[in-house]
Design a protein around this ligand. Structure first.
Ligand code: HEM
Length: 201
């Protein structure tokens, strides 16, 4: 039995909303430890990184399985990563810093982990804005060049996580290894393609 592409996309959309539903349930039940704002910042940050890495897995999955479905959901998963990253930044702006603009400016300039997180978010915003099909057509080859920055956004997010983790690096090593594998795969594909072209010439 084959699942219609529309239904599969809808299922992925519903899955993307699960973290939000879990967060809302946690807020309604007031089910937090001693520092709710920190906990919310932590879980939204984790979800944005997970979804960013999930987005990066989709092209290799398409190449390895031949299933176009994986690239059809890539934009949606990427936009969910941006959505949770924006929520994460909003929690920081509102709950952690109470919209005190002076403090926000100071943190951005003086705390490198915030600067790095902000840079990652800016890239995700640029990729989100240029993700509609009309932008792909309008930007031509530059679209691909710009969207390669997704790897830079992911590297910055891992650096941000390492900085935030301070002493417990388990999560950083785990997520960093996934990113290293994905980057390695990409480089290997490029190398194999160039070698193939050289052999044909
Ligand atoms: C304006 C941009 C950003 C700011 C100000 C920011 C700020 C923060 C802060 C204050 C924390 C510490 C929370 C805690 O102590 O538990 C944190 C953690 C984290 N952030 Fe960000 N962040 C930003 C962007 C991002 C982006 C773009 C990502 C991922 C794509 C990200 C992923 C994470 C992760 C994974 C954690 C660790 C969560 C944990 O395990 O507790 N952040 N961020």
């Amino acid at each position: 039995m084959t699942i219609p592409p529309g239904a599969a996309k809808l299922a992925v959309f519903a899955l993307g909303l699960v973290p939000l539903a879990l967060l809302l349930a946690q807020i309604i039940r007031s089910d937090f430890g001693p520092d709710p704002a920190q906990e919310l910042a932590g879980s939204t940050g984790e979800w944005s990184l997970r979804l960013l890495l999930a987005t990066l897995c989709l092209t290799p999955l398409r190449q390895l399985t031949g299933k176009v479905f994986f690239v059809r959901i890539r934009r949606m998963v990427g936009l969910f990563a941006l959505f949770y990253a924006s929520l994460h930044a909003f929690v920081w702006l509102s709950l952690l810093l109470g919209f005190r603009w002076h403090a926000i400016g100071e943190e951005l300039l003086e705390r490198p982990y915030v600067t790095v997180g902000f840079a990652s978010l800016l890239i995700l915003v640029a990729l989100g804005i240029t993700s509609p099909k009309a932008m792909v057509r309008r930007m031509g080859r530059n679209w691909k060049r710009l969207h390669r920055l997704v790897y830079v956004a992911a590297i910055l997010a891992i650096v941000h996580l390492a900085w935030v983790s301070r002493t417990d690096f388990g999560e950083t090593v785990f997520h960093g290894s996934i990113l290293a594998l994905l980057l390695g795969y990409r480089l290997w594909r490029r190398f194999a393609r160039t070698a193939g072209q050289a052999a044909r010439r």
